[in-house]
Design a protein around this ligand. Sequence first.
Ligand code: PMP
Ligand code: GLN
Length: 385
Amino acid sequence: MPQVPAVPSKLPAGGVSIFAVMTRLANEVGAINLSQGFPDFDTSPELIDSVARFMREGHNQYAPMPGVLALREALSLKIERLYGRRYDPVNEITITTGSTEGLFATITALVHPGDEVLLFQPAYDSYTPAVTLSGGTPVYATLRYPDYRIDWDEVKRKVSSRTRAIVINSPHNPTGMIWTADDFRELARVLQNTDAIVIGDEVYEHILFDGARHESLARYPEIAERAVVISSFAKTYTTTGWKVGYCAAPSAITAEIQGVHQWITFAVNTPIQMAYADAVRRDHECRDVTAFYQTRRDTFLSLTQGSRFRPLRCEGTFFQMFDYSEITREPDSEFAIRLTRDYGVAAIPISPFLYEGEKAGPVLRFCFAKRDETLQKAAERLVRV
Ligand code: PMP
Ligand code: GLN
């Protein structure tokens, strides 16, 4: 019998993403799935019609490698109007297969073996593998339960001449914290006398609550000149399955990102880019998206009020963290599984986003990008726990 040769893993810490694990368990036991972040309501029929129209009109072949120019132009205008920095649509914007590819292409382009990359933990789960595959070393600064604010003294201690990049994420998944203007001032100070590039994951840029303003990297010239802003259409347009995102960065950085992007995927599907170009041109601010999610969050909070789950502060994203210390002392991963099996509500534990033995608090993350009926049913079950 021929033997399958050994395949030494390039990601020995390995494992399957917690989103895949919890969604599979939710489906297996028929639980309400508030774990993986995706909406259960419909995408706009106009947007779907628009994609279909572009397909019928024959826009079905390869897009240009950096993305459809009309979309890059629309994004350039949007970013300038909202955040005040102009990115050249030809040389400074790249359309990617979701922000996941944007993050991966950026990290791969920037990080050389031996470089350090500062990540804030809990860290969205795609950052660490991307750094590791490039031969870089992730260095973690911790956002601590229950406030999850940035400890700037810790950041200062951990940034050095070896730091090639700092990845920031605001609004932050999973905690829902947002970066403030003061945080950016601190960051600008930390960056002095370093060559670090900042990578800003801003996929929830339109999902902020209570009138908060999105502090994009692009608002801060001294940071933006050495930064990559990464966002996605997935959350804003209820299209997580379409997988289109983008990176905006000064041309010298963009050239490196596109150098990698061309070998990952070459180009992103054409008709959806054409439809997004129209949608972005029509509405830069997306205030209805912000208002819509404010209602989702408020509804979920009021429905769960009688429960023993205590909501933590949530300033942005479509995730609510709940403290469950009144219910049990179980570790978060065990409780998440029991909650799914015994009560029929799936949530995400925080420990998979933590590294170097950092312990998670007694919290779970629930996605409230769901219809009223779904939230209602889930809340009825949570109140019984
Ligand atoms: N970054 C964060 C913080 C996310 O929550 C997500 C997932 N939704 C992504 C990146 C990936 O987004 P996309 O679906 O555009 O690849
Ligand atoms: N970003 C989504 C979440 O946080 C999941 C994306 C994915 O499944 N990779 O739940």
